[in-house]
Design a protein around this ligand. Structure first.
Ligand code: ZN
Length: 475
């Protein structure tokens, strides 16, 4: 699969993401086959190895996104001004049914390419547009054609989870397509309504029987609540592999249940800030000791790179801390959430959420998912004083120089390797044409440009009387 027997990244600043969050300067990383073989100084390159000059760059594990609706990338940016309500109406009620298998394929392909370009080597495809098994086959076809690491989180917003997960076609799909390939994991993706009858029970039983993890949008204002968490807990379906997405509007009782059962929370700060699931919850879940991973949710609104996730998560957490202190007439003199913590969430945190201790770290024996951030032409690339701070606040996707997935070089010299972007573009254009045609021009425009609520400029007491400045008055 690789034209190189080994890859040696020479002389970089290495963030191995070990327990102590070390920073190793002037350090080499040697990859042999699909594994990290060595991390150290002056390593010898085996014959036939590709040597990459990593000086003035940062070498870190590939980033892991634990929740991205990849099929929606075909509508990139369309919903920039949406709320969650408008999103639900557009996808769940009105237009989600228009997506054909080839449209899921087009979105997934572009999303998978976009992830690699940004150094995101593992993506959980929270694929809830799988109306039929043909859609699911198309989703997997796309994921398998792009050399990233993926987890298909199978979902279908057009049917209750007990219904779609109970069909023989679903079982057959899992048997056919989920074969233990290291590059393709599997989860079941559905939400828990909080209905006291707990209609999701049968879907949880299917997940348990298949031995797969469940990922669920939890604590989403107006949609999923503490009731769903309580029902899951009372029926014994909360496990250490369960991933709670957002978990942004939950009470302490729910966080206690998540913490006690060992699950993790996938925080999508850009999403929570705009869509309205609740305040980005890292400030609360930190306090409960719940493991965190990061995610981007959907490119129909936001960016698809974890640099933005790290940046916005630091900002939101610190904003909340300052605001809470100011409400007590106090001042925060020391930030609690640190840059190295969000880099850990973007790497090891994702690996933990997926139960993959072989990912998210650069140590001998771990899987070789590796990112080199280096851009000698960028004025933002130096000085490199605080590497964690640099990753979280300075770097961006254009600075991703080299990416390896499972030891394979998929980006090199700031360019993707062996990716047919023109074909991906044609497929997405065809999907956009199809959707636009099926919706009609008016609905298409209205969907993208929701009404703005009426706002009124506030009364201003200083405009009641004529004002003359003291400068003119005092003469
Ligand atoms: Zn989501």
């Amino acid at each position: 699969m690789n034209e190189y027997s080994a890859v040696l990244l020479r002389g970089g600043t290495v963030l191995p993401m070990d327990e102590t969050r070390s920073v190793l300067t002037d350090t080499d990383v040697l990859v042999v086959g699909d594994r990290v073989a060595a991390v150290g100084g002056n390593l010898v390159a085996p014959d036939g190895a590709l040597e990459i000059d990593a000086t003035d760059g940062i070498v870190m594990p590939g980033m892991i996104d634990t929740h991205r609706h990849m099929w929606q990338t075909a509508m990139r940016g369309y919903g920039a001004d949406w709320t969650l309500t408008q999103y639900f109406v557009w996808y769940y009620l009105d237009h989600g049914k228009l997506f054909r298998p080839e449209d899921v394929h087009a979105g997934n392909t572009l999303a998978a390419i976009e992830a690699l370009d940004a150094g995101v080597t593992t993506v959980v495809d929270w694929s809830h547009g799988l109306r039929t098994v043909d859609h699911a086959d198309a989703a997997v076809d796309a994921l398998e054609a792009i050399p990233g690491r993926h987890v298909l989180a199978y979902g279908n917003i057009q049917q209750p989870p007990a219904q779609w997960s109970g069909t023989p076609e679903f079982r057959d799909f899992v048997r056919r397509r989920i074969t233990g390939d290291d590059l393709l994991g599997f989860q079941m993706a559905f939400d828990v309504t909080g209905d006291p009858a707990f209609p999701e029970k049968a879907a949880f039983e299917v997940a348990r029987e298949l031995g797969v993890a469940v990922t669920t949008h939890a604590g989403v204002w107006g949609a999923t609540s503490d009731d769903g968490i309580r029902l899951m807990h009372e029926h014994g379906f909360m496990t250490d592999r369960t991933v709670y997405v957002h978990a942004a509007s939950l009470r302490a009782d729910s966080y206690h249940r998540i913490a006690a059962t060992g699950g993790s929370v996938s925080v999508s700060t850009e999403s929570e800030q705009s869509a309205g699931q609740g305040y980005p919850p890292t400030w609360a879940i930190r306090a409960h000791g719940i493991p965190v991973s990061l995610s981007m949710d959907t490119s129909v609104w936001w960016s698809g790179d974890l640099f933005s996730a790290m940046r916005t998560t630091l900002g939101a957490d610190r904003s909340r801390e300052h605001l809470a202190a100011h409400a007590q007439n106090e001042t925060v003199t020391h930030c609690t959430l640190r840059a190295d913590q969000v880099v850990e969430w973007a790497t090891r945190g994702g690996a933990h959420a997926l139960g993959r201790s072989d990912l998210g770290r650069l140590e001998p024996g771990r899987k070789a998912d590796v990112v080199l951030i280096k851009n000698d032409d960028s004025p933002v690339s130096f000085p490199l004083l605080n590497p964690y701070g640099h990753v979280a606040f300075q770097a961006q996707r254009g600075d991703v120089h080299t990416v390896l997935v499972n030891g394979r070089v998929v980006k090199k010299d700031n360019k993707l390797v062996g990716i047919d972007l023109a074909a991906a573009r044609r497929a997405v254009e065809s999907t956009v044409d199809h959707l636009r045609g099926a919706m009609g021009e008016d609905a298409w425009r209205q969907g993208m440009n929701p009404d703005i609520p009426e706002t009124k400029v506030l009364d201003n007491p200083y405009t009641y009387t004529d004002y003359r400045s003291t400068a003119t008055h005092s003469r």
